[in-house]
Design a protein around this ligand. Structure first.
Ligand code: C2G
Length: 136
């Protein structure tokens, strides 16, 4: 069926996206490939403190970098653990995508949309980058 006649499939994913790296790029590419529109919820600096993460880049810069990715249609703020149902309903999300380090953690959201966990990109993470650079 031609895409112009069917409802657009909307995908959402969540993350900090600090020190943007290849693993972030590949999850966004794969998430976007599952639908027609990708929304990315970027964790605010305040929420990252709740998550126990201290970011190198502030929210505005992390959000701008994610928004610049061609596969990303919209960036929203992730301010707490509990906004996902509201986001799914407000944005009429069909698929929630997360890396499989989160496998099982968002299964309860399958009452509202499909929940897909994709394999993480091996060998890279913000933590590895920070560790390696600390030895320079
Ligand atoms: N990721 C990946 N491969 C990597 C590193 C990260 O696929 N090598 C994925 C993660 O699985 C996640 C996304 O990239 O789906 C963003 O990762 P982080 O910025 O570390 O975000 P996180 O702290 O997992 O925040 O409510 C959900 C949280 O906000 C997720």
């Amino acid at each position: 069926m031609p895409t112009h006649s069917r409802r657009k499939i909307k995908v959402i994913t969540y993350g900090t996206f600090d020190l943007f790296h290849y693993g972030h790029l590949k999850i966004l590419e794969r998430a976007a490939a599952l639908g027609d529109k990708l929304i990315v919820a970027v964790s605010t600096d305040e929420f990252n403190l709740v998550k126990g993460k201290e970011c190198y880049y502030p929210f505005e810069q992390r959000a701008d970098i994610v928004q610049a990715i061609e596969w990303v249609d919209e960036v929203i703020a992730e301010e707490n653990w509990n906004q996902k149902v509201d986001d799914i309903l407000e944005h009429k999300i069909d698929i929630l995508v997360m890396g499989d380090d989160w496998k099982g953690k968002f299964d309860h959201l399958s009452a509202y949309c499909d929940v897909v966990y994709l394999p993480r990109t091996e060998g890279i993470s913000t933590t590895i980058i920070k560790h390696d650079l600390s030895k320079v």
